[in-house]
Each structure stands twice: as structure tokens, then as C-alpha cells.
Design a protein around this ligand. Structure first.
Ligand code: NI
Length: 161
């Protein structure tokens, strides 16, 4: 298990457009493993390569702890519906915001063996796909947060009341 340093908002890696992966290499496989380790260690549900300083179009997502997906060169091909809810990002620690996203997303991507596949998601998975793919184009959810950012702890306390 190898953890990578998560880049924090303000780091220029988070503002760049990432490059397509042309072929899978042992080095990139190691990167993907490290991204999963880093995401799970940080209790995240998704992580994009630029968040660990690698400007390539690679995303890992696991919204349940049991459904790990790696998306290489992913593209959203269909969306529908709408959901408005709380969103956070490992690169913006301690904060969250309210963001409206599609409620259904269909994406195409390559897997770890560079085989194309389709990933469909609703609710949290749809939100995670949208959020992570935006990282590949240098965008953070903070630009979309309605009413700005809130302290993550504060919102949690309110929900528990
Ligand atoms: Ni993020």
C-alpha cells in the first residue's frame, strides 16, 4: 500500500487540463493502485489523478466501499434528471457545498486493461462521476457551490439534530 500526497486547493495541478492515457504501463497501474489506497485512507468516494499531482485522465471511484471503478479517458455521454445536495472534495478539506448535478449519468471509459466499458450511475455515483471528471479539466466543485462553501462539521451537526 502506497499513499500519495493529496494536492490542496491552490495547487496548480488542480487547475490543469489533463492528458489522455495512450497505453497502460506498469507505472500507471501502480498509480491506480496508489489512488485507491489514497482515496480509501482519506475516506473519499472518488479521486482524480491531478489530485495526486499526475496530469492524466484517470479517475477512481467507489461510492459504497465495495464497487471500485477505474475510469481512464472517461467521457460523459448521457445525463438526465437533477439532484441538489451536499458535496465535498479531498482537495478542499473540511469544507462542503451545495451543488446541483444530474441524477443519472452514463459514462464511457477504459478499464485498467484499456478495454472500453460503460458505467451508469444514479444519485451519489452520478454525482461522483461528474465531480471527478471535472477534475480532469481543472475544475473544482467550489465554482458551482450554491451560496459558497460551508464548514463540513457544521453541516453534519445540523443534520444530526
Ligand atoms: Ni474532488
Amino acid at each position: 500500500m502506497a499513499l500519495r500526497n493529496i494536492r490542496i486547493i491552490g495547487d496548480e495541478c488542480l487547475t490543469k487540463t489533463c492528458k489522455e492515457v495512450k497505453e497502460m504501463t506498469p507505472r500507471l497501474k501502480e498509480l491506480v493502485e496508489d489512488m485507491f489506497d489514497t482515496m480509501y485512507e482519506a475516506d473519499g468516494v472518488g479521486l482524480a489523478a491531478p489530485q495526486v499531482g499526475i496530469l492524466k485522465r484517470i479517475v477512481v471511484i467507489d461510492t459504497t466501499g465495495e464497487d471500485p471503478y477505474v475510469l481512464i479517458n472517461p467521457r460523459i455521454v448521457e445525463t438526465s434528471g437533477e439532484q441538489t445536495g451536499q458535496e465535498g472534495c479531498l482537495s478542499v478539506p473540511g469544507k462542503c457545498g451545495i451543488v446541483t448535478r444530474p441524477d443519472y449519468v452514463k459514462a464511457i471509459a477504459y478499464d485498467i486493461d484499456m478495454k472500453p466499458y460503460t458505467l451508469e450511475g444514479t444519485e451519489l455515483l452520478a454525482r461522483a462521476i461528474c465531480h471527478e471528471l471535472e477534475h480532469l479539466d481543472g475544475k473544482l466543485y467550489v465554482e458551482k457551490a450554491e451560496g459558497g462553501l460551508m464548514d463540513a462539521g457544521t453541516v453534519q451537526e445540523q443534520e444530526e439534530e
